[in-house]
Design a protein. Sequence first.
Length: 186
Amino acid sequence: MEFLHRHIEALIFCSPSPLGIDEIRKCLSEMFESDVPKEHIEQAIGDLQEKYDQDDSSFALEHLGNGYQFLTKPAYQTSISILLKQQSTKRLSTAQMETLSIIAYKQPVTKSEMEQIRGVNCDYSVQKLLEKELVTIKGKSDSIGRPLLYGTSDKFMEYFGINGIKDLPQPKDFGQEENQIGNEQE
């Protein structure tokens, strides 16, 4: 069983995105030329999660985006933030974040609906979000002109570390004082 742990660990480690159990099973079954039971894979992943939850490891095996991925533990955020500053060209602009927020909460949504909410043209932001694969085209609307409908992608889930749209913060999660400008006068 230990050899299975190592193979699963290697597969998850080398995968650029969260790796699902079905993908792991398919790889292992092809490698060993026999069916690897799903229960064995789930047990091995559980063992690996326990192993990396120990304090002597700087990263953990996390379940996100319908798969498993190694992520650095929060205690090492300071050292990682330096690297992220150096790679800041990959960050989303304010306009892209606003557009992405509208898409995430209103999906499927047309570009004209986004522009109506934001009050400005969203062509550039939508194009950049499509290039970064955070947004996908979900189809066409039935309204006049049949405009494209946009929605979030699996890469969006991975980027924000969530498993589904239901994991997004809801308006009730934000405190009143956070969204208030100035002081209340009696």
